[in-house]
Design a protein around this ligand. Structure first.
Ligand code: GLG
Length: 812
């Protein structure tokens, strides 16, 4: 007899009264306060717990269904998760928004006030981190059993302050007030080793004993990841480093040596202190490698623990487990799984290798050679001596395979080796990632093609079937429903149902309304209202938006040259009928990336200069809202008219901001780069402002003797813009940007300038016809359904993970 039958936790209720009751219980018993004395933060925390309880109940049913099914699990390993604020999303996904709004009134607060207290976990940096967040959302929405693994950084990527001096960075202490969405799980703690030495095990040629010189504890906590319109609730499990008990030196403490007494613990905790520690020093680089191994080692042991709860033996491991590597950051997992299997579980090398290869898959997110990670062999040897030995063995067997396929082709062997030879030997993580996985994918069609043709060409020749494309996508819940509620309501009304939120291709139904003048008027009114909310300038001006990380390949400097050209034109003829524009930049630059920070500083200078210029400012405005993050993106994207996607073709792997903006009816001005190509193919060439050279033209330019000066000489408007910068009119930052453009101009900014400006002139022409613009805008939304991360996940599930959904039964 099942003793638990009929007994179980009280389920959170569904009625308004029950919600209210639960809220008060949480206020009294978990927050320990009273209605009379509750602060806004008390109310916020209490509401969060009340919503979380509803998800936790679904979580328990999810775990039961998964346990009973024993499916193949997806484990997503990522150094970053940009989850965004949690309250609104969890209200939506638990369908408790209405109940919550009523209930919090009895505590004396409005829901909006409490939502303002909801911070976002800053556990990511850019597109790769936000993609991870969209994918875990969609995995839950598609009922795929999955866990996302990451690091619980104490400090996220920095908090950005913008002044006329440019960007300054402050620590982002995101969890200063606590994080009500997190469950600690101290029992699942893991022990991670670093440094030390290895010793042979007599009688075994491949096994070794590793005796680490430093031991660190990994303490997990998790956040719930609910699916939309389904019962599944998955988790993201985050590891935080702490010293072991032995890391506190009591005798030193007693002797008054307080700093020395905790030094070892501090060293351990530094591992999860901050996302992407500065890597301009050797110590900083070692800390990054330490972080990577810390994430990997904790997560793999947890994955194995979970596997062994349900299965025996290793034969089934790869059938029950797929581990997706989000870029190269977690790639040491390949060596770590080999080490665990061979050294700790005594699996034979060949079997272990077969298991490993069938378990992992790798997503590459870049084409920039400098972004493909490599680590010095000497650093690896010191920090992870056993892993280096394993990598050498993997490499030896791999290179034998290459030699057998291409006898005598020594150059190919050298190119493909996991170890780069040279004055400083280095471990090529991308090569390890390709060799140790079953599937490798790029993130947009062009990107995947260029990976096969260039960066990973040798590997694609060896294993053509391994290479795939899975085009990125974004969550329509967060980026339309939550970010742009007005538009979401109009779409639902227009389509007659809200089902599009779970099946985004249904947006195509909007095409039928794109010719309806009253619908277009309402569409326009919503965009205007969103601009009023954003308050970044005249709501009737064309809002021209460039929001993304600062990087020279993304070419914020091209946008700036256009701004300077507009500035000159307006000053030359102030009374002409100019299309009013607000140019909005937002984004962060890596603290050590000086050229990118110069560009930010230049934007700040130009913005101030234009604002103070009575001739230009009525027509043109440049704004730079600081500290771009998911929360700010949710405010800017709904207000955008024009989406700047102007990277040099062949450099942006995919882009995902381009998708979010198109979905919200912004029209793209862009190059044939990344997912821009797929956006244009779907929304139609007539509804996309295309300019610039393509990836193949761009690739040849420097070899063919590209000279920025030739463009400078040939184009008067370009010359005037550059001369203004060189003359120091916009400060030293402007001079340095001009020097860089007229020096090498690595990203061919000057070559694309004329085409860009002409296309911007076309943008102005179309803008003068508001109904035509609105019609194009509707068609952008209507044909962006493909860019749902639900589709991306379905692609991974079918072609790479080979997993099926496991539906979770509803509560009775
Ligand atoms: C990137 C790329 C982007 C891509 C994103 C998600 O630069 O083009 O959209 O990953 O795949 N390294 C990144 O942040």
């Amino acid at each position: 007899m099942d003793l638990r039958q009929g007994i179980g936790p009280r389920r959170p209720g569904k009625t308004a009264d029950e919600f209210q009751q639960d809220l008060l219980s949480n206020l009294f018993y978990r927050r320990g306060t009273t209605v009379e004395s509750a602060s806004a933060r008390d109310a916020y925390e209490t509401l969060s717990l009340t919503v979380r309880d509803r998800l936790a109940e679904r979580r328990s049913r999810t775990a039961a269904a998964h346990f009973a099914t024993n499916p193949r699990w997806v484990y997503y390993l990522s150094a970053e998760y940009l989850l965004g604020a949690q309250l609104e999303q969890n209200l939506l996904y638990s369908d408790t928004g209405g109940l919550a709004a009523e209930a919090v009134k009895t505590l004396g607060f409005s829901l909006e006030e409490l939502e303002d207290l909801d911070i976002e976990p800053g556990l990511g940096n850019g597109g790769l981190g936000r993609l991870a967040a969209c994918l875990v959302d969609s995995m839950a929405t598609r009922d795929i059993p999955a866990v996302g693994y990451g690091i619980r950084y104490d400090f996220g990527i920095f908090h950005q302050i913008i002044t006329e001096q440019g960007q300054t960075e402050r620590p982002d202490d995101w969890a200063f007030h606590g994080n009500p969405w997190e469950f600690p799980a101290p029992d699942d703690r893991q022990t991670v080793g670093f440094y030390g030495r290895t010793e042979p095990i007599p009688g075994s040629p491949t096994r070794k004993r590793w005796m680490p010189g430093e031991i660190v504890l990994g303490e997990p906590s998790h956040m719930l990841v609910p699916g939309y319109g389904t019962e599944t609730v998955n988790i993201v499990r985050l590891w935080r480093a702490r010293g072991s008990e032995a890391s506190f030196d009591l005798s030193r403490f007693s002797a008054g040596q307080y700093a020395e007494a905790v030094q070892e613990a501090v060293r351990a905790e530094n591992i999860s202190k901050v996302l992407y520690p500065d890597d301009s020093t050797e110590l900083g680089r070692e800390l990054r490698l330490k972080q990577q191994y810390f994430l990997v080692s904790c997560s793999l042991r947890d994955i194995i623990r979970r596997f062994r709860l349900r299965n025996e033996g290793w034969a089934e491991f790869a059938d029950k487990t797929v581990i997706q590597l989000n870029d190269t950051h977690p790639t040491i997992a390949i060596a770590e799984l080999m080490r665990l299997l061979v050294d700790e579980y005594e699996v034979e090398w060949d079997e272990a290798w077969s298991i490993t290869r069938r378990t992992f898959a790798y997503t590459c997110h870049t084409l920039l050679p400098e972004a493909l990670e490599t680590w010095p062999v000497h650093m690896f040897e010191r920090l992870l001596p056993r892993h280096l030995e394993i990598i050498y063995l993997i490499n030896m067997f791999f290179l034998r395979e290459v030699e057998a396929r291409f006898p005598g082709d020594h150059d190919r062997v050298r190119r493909m080796s996991i170890i780069a030879e040279g004055p400083e030997r280095r471990v090529r993580m991308a090569h390890l990632a390709v060799v140790g996985t079953e599937a490798v994918n790029g993130v947009a069609e062009l990107h995947s093609k260029l990976l096969r043709e260039t960066v990973l060409n040798d590997f694609a020749e060896l294993w053509p079937a391994k290479f795939q494309n899975v085009t990125n996508g974004v969550s329509p819940r967060r980026f339309v429903k939550i970010a742009n509620p007005r538009l979401a309501d109009l779409i639902t009304e227009g389509l007659g149902s809200a089902a599009w939120l779970g099946d985004l291709e249904q947006l195509a139904g909007l095409e039928a309304l794109a010719g309806d003048a009253s619908f277009l008027e309402r569409w326009r009114a919503i965009k205007r209202a969103n601009k009023v909310d954003l308050a970044a300038g005249d709501p009737d001006a064309l809002t021209d938006v460039m929001i993304k990380r600062f990087h020279e390949y993304k070419r914020q400097q091209l946008k700036l040259l256009h701004v300077i050209a507009m500035y000159h034109r307006i000053r030359a003829d102030p009374s002409a009928d100019w299309v009013p524009r607000t140019v909005l930049f937002a984004g962060k630059a890596a603290p050590a990336y000086h050229a990118a920070k110069e560009i930010i500083r230049l934007i700040a200078t130009i913005a101030a200069r234009i604002a103070a210029d009575p001739v230009v400012s009525p027509h043109l405005r440049v704004v730079f809202p600081e500290n771009y993050n998911v929360t700010l993106a949710e405010r800017i994207i709904p207000a955008a008219d024009l989406s700047e996607q102007i990277s040099l073709a062949g450099k942006e792997a995919s882009g995902t901001g381009n998708m979010k903006l198109a979905l919200n009816g912004a029209i793209t001005i862009g190059t044939l780069d990344g997912a821009n190509i797929e956006i244009r193919a779907r929304v139609g060439a007539d509804n996309f402002f295309l300019f610039g050279m393509d990836a193949y033209q761009a690739a040849g330019a420097h070899q063919q003797g590209y000279s920025p000066w030739a463009y400078y000489e040939a184009d008067g408007e370009l010359r005037a813009a550059l001369d203004t910068l060189r003359a120091g009119t916009f400060g030293e930052a402007g001079q340095r940007v001009a020097d860089s453009l007229l020096g090498r101009d690595e990203y061919l900014t000057l070559a694309d300038f004329r085409s860009y400006v002409e296309t911007q002139d076309e943008v102005d022409q179309v803008w003068r016809d508001p109904l035509r613009w609105a019609h194009m805008s509707v068609l952008n939304t209507a044909h962006s359904g493909f860019f749902s991360s639900d589709r991306t996940v379905a692609d991974y599930a079918a072609r790479i993970w080979r997993v099926a959904p496991v539906p979770v039964p509803k509560a009775d």
